[in-house]
Design a protein around this ligand. Structure first.
Ligand code: ADE
Ligand code: ZN
Length: 341
């Protein structure tokens, strides 16, 4: 058994109560099949599934694109402000149950505006639920607007224009969707504009794409964090740079398994990342599609890689130090981890 625990059960209990932040979560990827059916009925939208079981059975993916096809289809049931509220409130309740104290969540406005849903409807529903989660659970949040990289930079620019009236509620911008063939360089100008507006910058890079995409995210987009970053491990100079710059990687173990980024969870590089001095964190990405919220992700890698108490504490500490919270808030959360351990 790993250092610090007498049994796997003891480690599971430690994970369950460990204070943590979640930094990589697509709110549309938290749409559980039960809510999908409810919203399909509410909005009179046809879905190609007869039961919750049928939906779950369809969640077998061989790569990122396989998943994205079903993910964009699934979000089609979201129409009204209350739908976005219900989606976000359900996620916040799950995160709270996992001892998550702070969340930094993504939303994909282009997945909605392209269907005729107003930007305002999306952001109002999400932020109302985030406000309620803070009042109810004391859970704080940041909101990150992602650009869909399979679309054009002009489309991303138009989305940033639409976001301008809401910059008081948007903390950062990100880059997601189909990675290979859509390098960060395609979006250099729109990210420069976002940076000029004072927004934090993140980008999915090195999930399926090569280490060169991680270099581009750093050099051209000037990211504050890398989402995933797995393939950075193929490039020794990049590993050193990420470690030297204390760059946070928002790693998503169950996502990597379901999207075949790794063949087995025992092959997951999280421990290798920690041992290389990288500031890795554990996150759920699209928990409804990938089979577990944040604690399930910690649990899966803890068991497969036999993580010690010190490893788990490092991961939880990284989730706060890598967050966009202010220094005083970070210190408060780190003290809570120290008191818990
Ligand atoms: N959109 C939602 N989840 C994603 C992921 N894991 N990678 C890229 N785009 C996404
Ligand atoms: Zn993601």
């Amino acid at each position: 058994m790993a250092d610090g625990f007498a049994s796997r059960e003891e480690r599971a209990a430690f994970i369950a109560g460990l204070p943590k932040a979640e930094l990589h979560l697509h709110i549309e990827g938290s749409l559980e099949p039960e809510l999908m059916f409810e919203l399909a009925q509410r909005n009179q939208v046809a879905i190609p599934f007869a039961s919750v079981e049928e939906v779950r059975a369809a969640y077998a993916f061989s790569n990122l694109q396989d998943f994205l096809d079903i993910y964009y289809q699934g979000m089609g049931v979201l129409h009204g402000e209350q739908d976005f509220y219900d989606l976000t409130a359900a996620y916040c309740a799950r995160a709270h149950a996992d001892a998550v104290r702070h969340i930094e969540i993504f939303f994909d406005p282009q997945g909605h505006t392209a269907r005729g849903i107003a930007f305002e409807t999306v952001i109002t529903g999400i932020t109302r639920a985030l406000d309620d989660a803070e009042a109810r659970y004391g859970m704080t949040s940041k909101l990150i607007m992602c650009f869909l990289r399979h679309l054009s930079e002009a489309d991303a620019e138009a989305t940033l224009d639409e976001a301008l009236p809401y910059l008081g509620r948007i903390d950062g911008v990100g880059l997601d969707s189909s990675e290979v063939g859509h390098p960060p360089s395609k979006f250099e100008r729109v990210f420069a504009r976002a940076r000029g507006l004072g927004l934090k910058i993140v980008a999915h890079a090195g999930e399926e794409g090569p280490p060169a995409y991680v270099h581009e995210a750093l050099d051209l987009l000037k990211v504050d964090r890398i989402d995933h970053g797995n393939r950075s491990l193929e490039d020794g100079a990049l590993i050193k740079r990420l470690a030297d710059e204390a760059m946070t990687l928002t790693v998503c173990p169950l996502s990597n398994l379901k999207l075949c980024v790794v063949d087995a969870i025992a092959d997951h590089p999280l421990k290798t990342m920690l041992d290389a001095g990288l500031r890795a964190t554990v996150n759920s990405d699209d928990p409804s599609y990938f089979g577990g919220y944040v604690n399930a992700n910690y649990q899966a890698v803890a068991d497969a890689l036999d993580l010690s108490k010190a490893d788990l504490v490092t991961l939880a500490r990284n989730s706060f130090t890598g967050s966009f919270l202010g220094e005083a808030d970070k210190a408060k959360h780190l003290a809570a981890i120290d008191a818990y351990r």
